[in-house]
Design a protein. Structure first.
Length: 389
């Protein structure tokens, strides 16, 4: 059975259905937040992040194998009758969640031509059950965190401490080791309602250079309705994501997903028309031009925008898509911004440049021929400048 199910690739298993920058000196408006005139007293600084430590040597070994960016070795067929296919890119990194979700990794899967818009975000947790290793998959449940954490596999130190109550378990895969690889499958079929299936199974193999997944959904008669057909599988090889990651000297992190070539780049003094969405690191969205359906014009100039947004805009061309992580020192610092942005807040933005407007050149005023600049007339002996009469 040939799959046509990129839209259902690894549903609930490895990968599921595919499917403000503000002026500091102006009054509050749709595209700016007023900085309060009476700054709040300094607040405690956030704790220093340290990389996650896995609780068991075998779990640490599996996590190390999983960590990185993977790409399908052959394009995956998309749902529909057109015969289209696309590569799938999956990135996995250990993250620190709340203590009730230890030994965890964040997983992000996207089409290779839309890495800024993943079709699946999930959590893997490694644990032991009756002495055997299991990998449990979780979906985000009672939290709007997903849009805010896109791309944070590149900066896991900013990943929020999600509690177990905000996650819902979907299935377990029991793993065993053979040589340098770990492999296994679900101990029994799991209920699902995806794509007309009533239950599903999943298999996984992880080695230093390959990750292989076999996911299948079955209808009430036991027929495969999505996923890998008989003898089929999804094979991923290690890859490098086509994303440019830079960090400024001031600590602004810039993830550039797309940057179409163009004659015009944003420089200081330009006006940039942009779509943007801004979040706090806890997932709270504080503003979005997309919610209003209208890009916002920004004057890219000191005193008009927070420094981190300027740094994250410079060099962009029309069509550039970026994610920005802006530390408090390049945003609103100790003061915060009104009731929306607390003191010492790190801000996350997604931006897309829609158009760039260059300043209108000012033609210099020519002085009348024979006169000095400003209308002054030279002395008869050429020894100085008379004041204009």
């Amino acid at each position: 059975m040939r799959t046509r199910a990129l839209a259902l690739v690894m549903a609930g298993g490895l990968a599921a259905p595919l499917g403000m920058a503000m002026a500091q000196d102006g009054g509050p408006g749709r595209d700016e937040i007023q900085v309060p005139s009476d700054p709040k007293p300094p607040q405690p600084q956030p704790e220093v992040w340290t990389p996650p430590v896995f609780s068991d040597a075998e779990l640490a070994e599996i996590a190390k194998l999983l960590t990185g960016t993977w790409k399908t070795s052959t394009p995956v067929a998309e749902a529909g009758e057109g015969g289209a296919s696309t590569d799938v890119v999956m990135s996995i990194v250990p993250v620190r969640l709340e203590d009730d979700v230890s030994d965890a990794l964040y997983v992000e899967a996207a089409r290779s031509d839309a890495l800024h818009a993943p079709y699946r975000q999930a959590i893997f947790q490694l644990y032991k059950f009756k002495g055997k290793v299991r990998l449990r998959t979780y979906e985000f449940f009672r939290t709007p965190i997903q849009p805010a954490v896109v791309g944070l596999w590149m900066a896991p130190e900013f990943f929020p401490k999600v509690p177990r109550s905000d996650l819902i378990a979907t299935l377990d895969i029991e793993l065993s080791k053979a040589g340098s690889a770990w492999s296994g499958k679900t101990p029994y079929p799991y209920p699902t309602g995806v794509g007309g299936a009533v239950e599903m199974t999943s298999e996984l193999s992880i080695s230093p250079d390959a990750l292989v997944s076999i996911d299948r959904g079955f209808d009430a008669s036991g027929a495969i309705v999505w996923g890998s057909g008989a003898g089929e599988k999804y094979t991923f090889a290690r890859a490098t994501a086509d994303i440019k990651l830079t960090k400024t000297d001031a600590g602004v992190l810039i993830m550039e997903y797309a940057r179409p070539s163009g004659d015009q780049e944003i420089v200081l003094g330009d006006r940039a028309f942009m779509h943007y969405t801004g979040w706090l690191t806890n997932g709270t969205k504080f503003d979005s031009s997309r919610d209003r359906g209208q890009p916002v014009p920004f004057d890219v100039a000191e005193g008009r925008l927070i420094p981190g947004f300027i740094a994250g805009s410079l060099g962009g061309t029309t069509g550039t898509i970026r994610r920005l992580i802006i530390p408090p020192t390049q945003a609103y610092g100790e003061a915060g911004a009104g009731r929306t942005i607390p003191p010492h807040s790190t801000l996350i933005f997604e931006t897309e440049v829609m158009a760039i407007q260059k300043p209108t050149p000012v033609e210099p005023v020519k002085a009348p021929e024979g006169d000095a600049p400003g209308g002054a007339k030279p002395d008869s002996d050429g020894g100085g400048m008379d004041r204009p009469e």
